[in-house]
Design a protein around this ligand. Structure first.
Ligand SMILES: N[C@@H](CCC(=O)N[C@@H](CS)C(=O)NCC(=O)O)C(=O)O
Length: 247
């Protein structure tokens, strides 16, 4: 029984009537359908870990970039999806999906960067990915929705609060796993694409308004900084080719 619990080849014996080979065929077909990403043009933004991951895997996708005005008209027409926010990603047929982290996990599972059956690794990968998302939200608020005169204090508060905690989590991981290539293991996971966005869109992006305040943190976390060089090798082709943007 123990073996059956873990061995998916036995599924049909456990659940008569469920043809897993058909389900797998359907999953393969869905995987080969074209991906379309809708987001704001001219910025890296919230969708960036998803884009970086697809480029890393050489998965073709179509990108539709909105301006604030064209997005506002789409919203007015009622075509902004169930959640009413970007990104909207179309894959696997059917309707467009929303909620960035959910899409990242699902496409990550499809392309080998997230293994939902490995709960232990997922616990850490998700912790990094969700912490990145918290940092992204706070940085976006500080850069885009804070009055200019309050920005310096907001940037410093972010650096000394969330960003420091986030980088400390990563540093500790490498202290405990000195020979490890990437944040969760020797293989890239969705967490590494979140970190690639954090590092190359913010910490090392000279156009980012928050970069001068955050980048000195690299000096405080030497193992993290060494990791950014390994990460750069994985994503540099894309980073160097894409148009530059402040956020
Ligand atoms: N929880 C959502 C948040 C989506 C969101 O707020 N997206 C912003 C862009 S980063 C947006 O669409 N803003 C314009 C709007 O809400 O109309 C996610 O993670 O995808």
């Amino acid at each position: 029984m123990g073996a059956y619990c873990c061995d998916s080849s036995q599924d049909t014996n456990l659940r008569p009537g469920v043809d897993t080979s058909l389900a797998r065929k359907e999953a393969d077909t869905m995987m080969n359908q074209p991906i379309k990403i809708e987001y704001f043009g001219g910025s890296f933004g919230r969708v960036d870990p998803i884009r970086q991951m697809l480029v890393h895997k050489s998965v073709d996708f179509k990108f539709i970039g909105y301006t604030p005005d064209s997005w506002a008209s789409l919203k007015e027409s009622g075509n902004s999806g169930e959640m009413g926010g970007l990104p909207i990603v179309h894959y696997g047929g059917g309707q467009g999906r929303q909620q960035t982290m959910a899409i990242l996990r699902s496409l990550g599972a499809m392309h080998g960067y997230y293994n939902p059956s490995d709960w232990k690794t997922c616990a850490f990968v998700d912790m990094v990915a969700e912490s990145y998302n918290d940092v992204f939200n706070a940085a976006a608020k500080a850069m885009l929705f804070t009055p200019d005169e309050e920005k310096p204090a907001a940037f410093e508060a972010l650096r000394d609060g969330l960003v420091k905690k986030f980088m400390r989590i990563c540093e500790t991981r490498f202290e405990q796993n000195a020979a490890q290539m990437f944040i969760a293991s020797d293989e890239m996971t969705i967490a590494d694409f979140c970190l690639a966005s954090f590092v190359f869109n913010t910490l090392k992006n000279e156009l980012s308004p928050i970069q001068p305040v955050l980048s000195p943190m690299l000096l405080k976390f030497p193992l993290f900084t060494a990791y950014t060089k390994r990460l750069e090798k994985e994503v540099s082709a894309h980073i160097e080719r894409r148009p530059k943007a402040p956020l």
